[in-house]
Design a protein around this ligand. Structure first.
Ligand code: ZN
Length: 430
């Protein structure tokens, strides 16, 4: 080959090499952008597939504090993924569980971006911020980022079967026994059935559900005892009205401007007072699953432009962190065990004057009762054991109060009582 041809070859090789270099650069850039979905959370609405990919990316990055699990499938077969945030995800501990639910209505998508961003914030701030560390280390936070992926894909309120999921739950006004409340209705949608099973199976103490269409924190009850649909403006307070108002006000206060609402005093409303809803998820959580639930309306307009997501996050960031902490760690907690052998008991835990109760859970015997700051009498009962009670003060600073109970077996107590007078008689006769 002559020198001319050799030069040609060199030029060609150089051109090929340069082309490969450019191609490699493009591939690298593409790989980098697709592997950084976290950077896009506040820039666009991720598709359902992208959201799952983001979750995998997050778990890879923050493996020490997260896991994902599915609670079932949507009407059109999309997996309903939950991201659990905790220093021991998936482990049964004597710690409270809290859940956030986003995108229940398909055309209210801000929650499906705010909740992933909350996870990112917790991971990024774990080593530097006390609140992030408390959320991760002392409780389990479960994020169902989209409850209605089919509705999101269709940009519609309802699910894939055209059903409004927030009217699809057993309602305490219509059904009274706990057995009835735990059974999905005959017309229950797959998302509703999955949500009910998940909520009943997990020891959630509190929950919040993210919506759009107003700016307000809404608390139970959503309906009236007479099933009235009239807009009367009357409140229908739940037994835990004080606690619900406290948590709703807390969210509104920590939000950038919710508490300054002109329409809703303090940025909160009783559900029925605003407009009655029956078959909603909020009241079902409270009555059937013993989970104190509120509903957060985060934007007047639905499906805000993607350019607003960053601002929506800034408006809600502090509140999204403060609510789980206050509801999960700011109330009354403790364990209930048997005096005989220290074994944990699934006892019923009540507060005097409040017609609602929760229970200690096995295998730990741990109970957690969300409560507003104040003085309470805690009463603990379990079949075959003598009841016990304690006066507690829930402090204002959100640190909560611990009240442990050791229950005495009724038979043992009766035997001890029977023995005691005899022993006193003997003492007296001496
Ligand atoms: Zn909604």
């Amino acid at each position: 080959m002559g020198p001319h041809c050799s030069c040609c070859q060199h030029r060609m090789l150089l051109a090929v090499w340069l082309a490969l270099l450019v191609l490699h650069g493009h591939m690298l850039a593409a790989a980098q952008s697709s592997s950084k979905l976290s950077d896009q959370l506040l820039k666009k609405y991720l598709s359902n597939d992208e959201l799952v990919a983001w979750m995998d990316e997050f778990i890879h990055k923050c493996s020490h504090m997260s896991r994902k699990y599915s609670i079932g499938k949507s009407a059109r077969g999309a997996e309903l993924w939950v991201l659990e945030i905790s220093d021991k995800p998936g482990v049964q501990e004597a710690e409270p569980h809290f859940k956030y639910v986003g995108n229940m209505h398909g055309n209210e998508p801000s929650g499906r971006m705010l909740l992933p961003q909350l996870a990112e914030w917790l991971c990024a701030n774990y080593n530097s911020t006390d609140t992030a560390r408390r959320v991760v280390d002392h409780m389990h936070t479960h994020l169902l980022v989209t409850m209605n992926p089919d509705g999101f894909a269709a940009r519609k309120r309802a699910n894939g079967n055209h059903v409004d999921l927030n009217r699809n739950f057993p309602d305490p006004v219509e059904l009274h026994s706990s057995e009835q409340m735990e059974q999905p209705l005959p017309n229950a949608e797959p998302e509703t059935i999955a949500m009910m099973k998940w909520t009943l199976d997990t020891p959630f103490v509190a929950s919040a559900n993210l919506h759009e269409g107003a700016i307000v924190a809404n608390y139970p009850f959503d309906g009236y005892p007479d099933h009235s649909q009239k807009l009367t403006g009357q409140r229908h307070p739940a037994p835990d009205d004080k606690a619900f108002q406290f948590f709703a006000k807390l969210y509104a206060k920590k939000h950038a401007f919710m508490a300054a609402s002109k329409e809703f005093p303090d940025g909160i409303t009783n559900g029925a007072q605003w407009y009655p809803v029956y078959g909603g998820m909020q009241d079902w959580n409270y009555v059937a699953a013993k989970c104190m639930a509120i509903t957060l309306e985060l934007s007047e307009a639905k499906w805000r432009p993607e350019g607003h997501l960053q601002a929506l996050w800034e408006e809600n960031r502090e509140a999204l962190v403060a609510l789980p902490l206050a509801a999960s760690l700011g109330g009354i907690s403790g364990t209930v065990v048997s005096a005989a052998d220290g074994s944990p008991l699934p006892a019923t835990v009540m507060l005097d004057g409040i017609a609602w109760n929760t229970s200690a859970r096995l295998p730990t015997g741990y109970f957690n009762r969300p409560a507003a700051p104040g003085v309470y009498t805690v009463r603990v009962v379990h079949p075959g054991y003598q009841p016990a009670s304690a006066a507690v003060t829930v402090p204002e600073d959100g640190s909560g109060v611990v009240s442990d109970f050791t229950l005495v077996n009724s038979m043992a107590a009766a035997a001890a009582e029977g023995a005691a007078p005899a022993s006193r008689e003997r003492v007296a006769s001496c």
